[in-house]
Design a protein around this ligand. Sequence first.
Ligand code: GH3
Ligand code: MG
Ligand code: MG
Ligand code: MG
Length: 313
Amino acid sequence: YVLKDNSHVYHYVSGLIQRLWRNRQQAVLVVDDAASVRGLVVSWLTRLGLCVHQVADGQEALAWMARDPAIRLVLTDRHMPGMDGFALVKELRRQRGRDRLAIIGFSASEAHDLSARFLKLGANDFLVKPFSYEELCARVHQNLDMLDTLEALRELASRDSLTGLFNRRHFFAEGRALSERPAPAGQMHLVVMLDVDHFKQVNDRHGHAAGDAVLRQLGALLTARFADGLCARLGGEEFALLLTGAPSTLLERLEALRLEFAALSQGAGGEPFQCSFSGGVVGSQSAPLEDLLRQADQRLYEAKQAGRNRILG
Ligand code: GH3
Ligand code: MG
Ligand code: MG
Ligand code: MG
């Protein structure tokens, strides 16, 4: 009984601490023309550990949001001089999806269609003034929890679970827009395809687990050395990299990576062995990502033909 009771208390307290810790990093914007309401809501939200900002109408709110992309939750009044709560919600939703920003509307009006109108315009929730501290907390936490869940799912859906690098889907989703935007003067969009050499032999000789460790090792090196680029595991033992810069600098960095990787002792625990990769690089001012990858893959093929453990630009 005592144990059960204790674990209940433990879960309650650890949940509370986790929430306070989570809230500490969350920015919230309160929008209301009535300074007294604003003050109260701000003090309540501050008590929850949130990082709270306040403005007095829709226009000011939009200006704030444009400067402060960290805002995850907006609480807005309905009636305000200048831009009102409905117009604000509509515009905010146009700018940011439900997976990035939560909006809670509130109003003192008795009109019964208010909540429906707020929700239809894109708000997630609605409160009738005056509301209690407990009610505000519950709605705020529910909405922040939802954003956390969506973010966790987004993260999960964009990552390769073995290496922690981005996966193929994310590489294309992010890379496509980037590679077609004109590169800044003097720079190029550069695409690299890497493929581990004789990887089938690694698996055959040292086992699948040792093969996996090699892939994780290369993933970790790419993450560490190319934090300025978009690194992905496209599948199997194939990796891709997209970044914007000077081709000669990239080739030097890739050469350093190639030497560093080839010098590593692989086979954690078991018989040690060495491994290498080959690569192909192409650059363009602006081109479809698929075209760049195809060309990089062609150079990679040539690098393999030429004897492996080399990078062709
Ligand atoms: P090449 O130098 O020409 O690239 O030869 P290779 O042996 O590396 O290429 P091949 O395409 O013949 O073999 C790739 C191997 O990668 C076959 C497959 O079993 C293995 N592989 C694919 N995904 C994984 C994985 O997630 N883990 C492990 N351990 N092996 C994988
Ligand atoms: Mg008002
Ligand atoms: Mg391959
Ligand atoms: Mg290979």
